[in-house]
Unconditional design. Structure first.
Length: 257
């Protein structure tokens, strides 16, 4: 169904200020695209997409903390706006974007290439072709992107940086804007949210058991049922954690196995 709107909201996501300025400058000549926000990392982008609900996202593929594919996974393909990838990938990798008819801009951005991409996405938006965009994105995501899970954490202490292997973590708890990592009898504060950590860890190894706790499944020794789907979880190191009733499904696979 054609979209008769006179303008479309745009979100620019890139960890490089110069790249954001470049997109902003090129968009200044497109009166029907209005910039509603800018983000410098993936975590910020997920929140902005959910709150601002842009029609189009310029999305950097390679970013620290959470890359462009991580943003797509966190928001969900079916909820994702139209997008134009911004990337420094080599020519071979870019063939994947061409094959699946998804627009991309190679850094540094060429103005003529930008004009072709923005014209194409304008036609898609006005034609209401969002389902087609989602289908192409889903195919690309399945065939091209293989998500990598965190294998170790770099944690800053007062006088040094230490590395904690993810497989050695027993459990993780929320501590305001930080998480507390419990590993091999010690605990460490990391400037990260529990929700962000959950997206970075292999879901086959780590499960959220409470709104403020997640656990390494390989470290669980016993489960003791309580009431209403809650459990006391006993770890191999003797620690005892209580699960939340709304997270009982997270433990169901353990009971079935």
């Amino acid at each position: 169904m054609p979209n008769e709107r006179s303008s479309f909201k745009v979100l620019i996501v890139d960890d490089e200020p110069a790249a954001r300025r470049g997109v902003r400058h090129l968009l200044s000549g497109e009166s029907d695209f209005v910039i509603s926000g800018e983000c410098c990392d993936g975590l910020e982008a997920v929140t902005a997409i959910r709150e601002l609900k842009p029609d189009l996202v310029f999305l950097d593929v390679q970013m620290p903390e959470m890359d462009g594919f991580g943003v797509i996974r966190a928001v969900g393909i079916e909820q994702f706006p139209a997008l134009i990838f911004v990337t420094a990938f080599d020519e071979f990798t870019l063939q994947a974007f061409d094959v699946h008819a998804l627009d991309y801009l190679l850094k540094p951005i060429n103005p003529e290439r930008f004009q072709r991409a923005i014209t194409r996405v304008r036609l898609q938006l006005r034609a209401g072709a969002q389902d087609q965009i989602h289908q192409q994105l889903l195919i690309l995501f399945r065939q091209f992107h293989q998500p990598g899970w965190l294998e170790r954490l770099a944690i800053k202490l007062a006088d040094r940086i230490i590395f904690v292997e993810v497989e050695d973590i027993d459990w993780i708890e929320s501590a305001d804007n930080y998480v507390r990592i419990h590993s091999q009898g010690r605990s460490y504060l990391l400037h990260e949210t529990l929700a962000a950590m959950e997206k970075k860890l292999d879901p086959n190894s780590f499960k959220r058991i409470h709104r403020s706790r997640m656990v390494n499944l390989k470290k669980i020794k016993e489960l003791h049922p309580l009431f209403h789907g809650e459990y006391v979880i006993v770890l191999k190191n003797g620690a005892k954690l209580t699960s939340g009733r709304s997270y009982r499904d997270s433990l169901q696979s353990l009971l079935e196995n």
